[in-house]
Write a protein that binds this ligand. Structure first.
Ligand code: NAP
Length: 527
């Protein structure tokens, strides 16, 4: 840790972190004007080609995929070049070449790049959101809030790096001076899902970059155009060549290669349990030419649950359950997919919930009248429909909404009569299917809530203080919400992430997140 590095970490003075304002509402005058305008402008740019970005240069490949609008599969959002293993290797070499100088760039300077990128994303928030509406089928609010979260990650991690960039004085012994400080791990492979295509990608990349690592970023092949927004941001702020590399490609073609590479020191992954566990297993193998043990930051799926206690405020609980279960078509890692309703309130609550759900409009996300839109692709349609068939066998269908013919729609579905032994109570269904369970009493509700392999989010509606306190102790999930829905965590104030099969216990947007990307060092000097 040289003197210059210390000085620059402390020299950058930033105001205290403040969360970006979340979506102001479809009726907000600015929103009403800006969203349709942004969608129309983006629509004129559809079908463009996107190159890879390696060592600060665009790289064109022969293989290209079409990224399409799930609400209208005839509409090609972008044509995206595909990285093969050669391009991934080139990106790793570019990252390796950039590492010595980036590692020694003062933390405050690295943080400055993030703050600048946040400012640009804020300027372009409607435009970037519009791309998500068309590429991912996100409603206005969902797209806007994804951008707001990404901006928060940039701003928050910049401030966090200034905090960690200061060496800590550990006290003196026998006249010696002792310091504690951090260095980056090296090259980070960032592997992202499509459902928060800006926020999660941006958060993982920003954390790796600001801590001094160089990044090879593989977006999901369902959101590569939004993934390219990071190329735009990071090149516009002048991030040195090779610090951030963009290599879209099929997970099945380049995933193992990237994960297995001895050049990689840390893998930041968010996605399904199946892929996450595979990555953890492969990253544990250490060939002779690998200089370090790989670290895996791994955020995985959920089987999230809300409990409706017998004295719950029904008027408040119904919209919260609907939004948690069916917002963005239930395609959130945090989405509520099990609803445990206490026997005493069940016959009043569930029919009202079903009636409210029946009224929700379903259609293209770009029309703000629609509450729910299309799911991400044809494979998702097939998988969710299989689960809806299973629902009819394991329980009783209370609602199966009708949906538009064209586009990747699946019916919003509510199924009753599910118990913990059912597959529907155990397996993650990434779509708008809510399994309702009738619990005898609060003991059983808590037991059922904790009865899956996952532990990501949970919620409870209750007016009983003792029950709420009990949930705090016994309802074991990464993010627990009392008397509100179980989605929509905010950076810094609600650090997000789960444990058990939902993750390795890391919290995105939390006070210890950056530490995963660094190795601590201790220094002792005799005067
Ligand atoms: P996914 O299928 O696991 O894919 C995630 C990423 O891994 C994609 O970029 C994918 O590439 C890549 N991949 C696929 N096979 C790979 C391999 N063998 N090696 C390395 N990478 C590989 O998940 P998804 O469908 O994108 O996202 C939905 C899942 O993510 C859900 O389970 C959800 O709960 C979870 N999620 C969790 C959180 C959280 O914070 N805990 C947040 C969001 C989402 P391709 O796109 O090319 O397949």
């Amino acid at each position: 840790m040289n003197k210059k590095q210390n000085e620059t970490a402390s020299e950058l003075k930033l105001p205290a972190f403040k969360n970006e304002r979340i979506f102001p509402g479809c009726d907000d005058p600015k929103v009403k004007q800006a969203f349709p305008r942004a969608i129309a402008a983006v629509r004129k740019k559809l079908g463009k080609s996107y190159a890879l970005y390696i060592g600060g240069k665009d790289v064109v490949t022969d293989e290209v995929i079409d990224s399409i609008n799930p609400a209208n599969p005839d509409e090609v959002v972008g044509r995206v070049c595909q990285a093969g293993t050669k391009e991934v290797e080139d990106a790793l070499i570019a990252a390796q070449n950039a590492l010595p100088s980036w590692r020694d760039t003062p933390p405050g300077k690295r943080a400055e790049y993030l703050v600048k990128a946040a400012a640009i994303a804020r300027e372009r928030i409607y435009e970037f959101s519009a791309w998500q509406v068309l590429e991912e089928g996100k409603q206005w609010a969902q797209a806007y809030n994804d951008l707001a979260e990404g901006i928060d990650f940039l701003d928050y991690y910049a401030r966090e790096m200034i905090r960690f960039g200061q060496p800590q004085d550990m006290g003196s012994y026998a006249g010696e001076i002792n310091q504690y400080f951090y260095q980056p791990k090296g090259i980070a492979a960032v592997i992202a899902p499509w459902n928060f295509p800006f926020a999660i990608s941006c958060g993982m990349c920003a954390a790796a970059i600001v801590t001094g690592n160089c990044v090879v970023f593989k977006p999901s092949n369902q959101s590569p155009v939004v993934g390219h927004h990071l190329v735009e941001l990071f090149s516009e702020v002048g991030l040195p060549a090779g610090v951030f590399n963009y290599t879209p490609g099929r997970g099945s073609v380049i995933g193992d290669f990237l994960v297995d590479s001895p050049k990689v020191s840390i893998i930041a992954f968010t996605g399904s349990m199946e892929v996450g566990l595979r990555i953890i297993e492969r990253a544990g193998r250490t060939p002779e030419n690998q200089p370090c043990v790989k670290k895996v930051v791994c955020e995985m799926g959920g089987k999230n649950v809300m409990i409706i206690d017998e004295d719950a405020d029904i008027d408040k609980a119904i919209p919260a359950v609907l939004y948690s279960a069916f917002g963005y078509q239930g395609q959130k890692c945090s989405a509520c997919s099990r609803l445990i309703v206490l026997d005493k309130i069940y016959d009043e609550f569930v029919p009202r919930l079903v009636e409210a759900a029946r009224k929700l409009k379903i259609g293209p996300a770009e029309d703000p009248e629609n509450y729910m839109g299309a799911v991400i692709d044809q494979a998702a349609v097939k998988k969710i429909l299989e689960y809806i068939e299973l629902a009819a066998k394991e329980g009783t269908i209370a609602l199966r909404a009708s949906v538009p013919q064209k586009g990747y729609y699946v019916p919003l579905t509510i199924v009753e009569g599910i118990t913990p032994e059912d597959r529907l109570a155990q397996e993650e269904v990434f779509g708008p299917l809510l399994a309702v369970m009738r619990a005898r009493d609060f003991d059983q509700a808590i037991e059922w809530a904790n009865s899956t392999r996952f532990a990501l989010t949970g919620g409870v509606f209750s007016r009983n203080r003792e029950h709420l306190e009990r949930c705090r102790r016994e309802f074991r999930v990464g993010n627990l919400y009392l008397n509100r829905g179980c989605v929509g965590a905010l950076v810094k104030i609600q650090p997000f992430g789960g444990f058990k099969m939902s993750g390795v216990g890391t919290k995105a947007g939390g006070p210890d997140y950056l530490l995963h990307f660094m190795d601590p060092r201790s220094l002792t000097e005799q005067p």
